[in-house]
Design a protein around this ligand. Sequence first.
Ligand code: PMP
Length: 388
Amino acid sequence: MSLPGRPEGDYRNAPHEGSPVSAAPAAGIAGRIAGTVRADIRELAAYPVANAEGCIKLDAMECPYELPEAVREDIARAVRDTPLNRYPAADLSALEQAVKAAFGVPDAADVLFGNGSDELIHIIVQACCNPGDAVLSPWPSFVYFDMAARFDHARFIGVPLTTDLTLDLPAMLAAIREHQPKVVFLAVPNNPTGGLWSDEDVQAIIATAPGLVVLDEAYQPFADRTWMPQVLDAPNVVVMRTVSKIGLAGLRFGYLAGHPAWIAELNKVRPPYNLDVLTQATLSAVLRHKPVLDEQAARLRADRGPLAAALAQLPGVRVFPSAGNFVLARFSGKLDGNAVHLALKTRKILIRNFSNAHPLLADCLRISVGAPAENAALLSALQEILSA
Ligand code: PMP
């Protein structure tokens, strides 16, 4: 959803978007809301989700492939046999074991499940931060680090990347020393830039951070590197993952792996029954076919290079190196980022516009790697748009 007259990625000063109501009660309600809802919340817009009906959808880093018939049959059986009249069971150890085995979580680590990793981000901030405590991340990065921190009364510190959108390690270390953050979020690879921070840089941040460092590996399936085997090596690290980018964005499932002592504390903040029975049943069924997910991720990873190379051939386009299932490109030819985004939208091709989100992202558009036909449609539309 892009609000009329407002740049995408700008969440401030949102107009209320409810259905029309009569003036008198509305005036009363407006007064009550002004006196009740936090001022900073009133100024926000809800997290934007575009209406994608009939569009080629390359805006949210979803996997473009549907699960094969055999997997869907398995899911259908598992869901059919799941009782809905009871709350989810307290003991999730079977699913925990399946997740640990499927995703290479060390035996000695524990896992915490979230309704998407978005929920885990909240849980971490809520468990760690008193009002006003700092939460820190390189910036721009995943916008929800900032939003969740604010919602949960923490103080968000975004440390600017370099103009090449790489990590500014000296600035990061200086900011960590200055602000003493309770939590540092590091998306590895980073969203929306696609960069993968070096091992040495990540290690230096872990060594300097006084509190918890969350290595958010949402895009790890498309990268060469994972911190998962080392999650227990430092006293202040947890690794967060999601299944959203590997074919299951509709499911809402994320997990956090870490030392049992960290997981036990964070678990106290988890909303009761946060993982519903249908998600549990579906995930258990899908994990029996884990190679299908791996194969889909491998296809996207293989298609990323050719897509990036083809984009880089277009006039006035700079493509930033990406280790995710997306690429970030800057459009500074005849048409700027906003114009290219709009022209693609008119052709029913959705990508994400960051042109107005942050000065470092001026004229930048983020493009998910799609199925081959979708990538081809995008490229031919861009050729047409940029040569017009
Ligand atoms: N972390 C990063 C870096 C992301 O980009 C996203 C989603 N775009 C998430 C976490 C959240 O993933 P989900 O809530 O779908 O698990």
